[in-house]
Write a protein that binds this ligand. Structure first.
Ligand SMILES: CC(C)(COP(=O)(O)OP(=O)(O)OC[C@H]1O[C@@H](n2cnc3c(N)ncnc32)[C@H](O)[C@@H]1OP(=O)(O)O)[C@@H](O)C(=O)NCCC(=O)NCCS
Length: 136
């Protein structure tokens, strides 16, 4: 899977927030501890630092949503993060993002905090992020 494919899937999936460029994915993929699971249809990008994992982004292309792909990639990421030494995983999710929140709660993530005005939307509005955590 190329950085260009990651950027295309990310842009198609995230309609409200700024898409990440292929260069940004390229830069992230070169960093220590970064884990990529999936393919151009659905992927999870995260990293493990000092025993803690973080989901940086997760997306399923709209043409392939609600087919269980994100569930599969998230499970794969959790296994890979644990194998890389993480004992917990954190992530942020927009407070109004019901599909992603449902996915995380179904996978035993729990509320760990809230960051007000965290995400800037394309229309200029801001939305808070819920911080979720799960032990591995
Ligand atoms: C969130 C997202 C990754 C889910 O991908 P997906 O491949 O469609 O998800 P799955 O088919 O694996 O669904 C797994 C679970 O997610 C939840 N879910 C997925 N789509 C949903 C929807 N449209 N409405 C409500 N819950 C949904 C459900 O809990 C589902 O489990 P279930 O089928 O047993 O009900 C996808 O909607 C997406 O790319 N959204 C835009 C990007 C985004 O918000 N990323 C997360 C940023 S934190």
């Amino acid at each position: 899977m190329t950085s260009e494919e990651l950027a295309q899937t990310h842009a198609a999936a995230f309609s409200q927030t700024r898409p990440w460029s292929a260069e940004e994915f390229e830069s992230l993929l070169s960093q220590t501890g970064v884990i990529l699971c999936g393919d151009a249809k659905s992927f999870v990008l995260g990293r493990v630092i000092a025993g803690e994992a973080e989901v940086l982004t997760l997306a399923t292309h709209p043409d392939y949503q609600q087919q269980g792909l994100a569930q599969t990639q998230l499970e794969t990421f959790l296994v890979a993060a644990k194998a890389a030494g993480a004992d917990c995983v954190f992530l942020e999710v927009a407070a109004d993002n019901a599909p992603a929140t449902n996915l995380y709660l179904k996978n035993k993530f729990e509320n760990n905090g809230h960051r007000p005005h965290y995400y800037l939307r394309q229309d200029g509005t801001k939305i808070g992020a819920d911080v979720l955590r799960r032990a591995l």
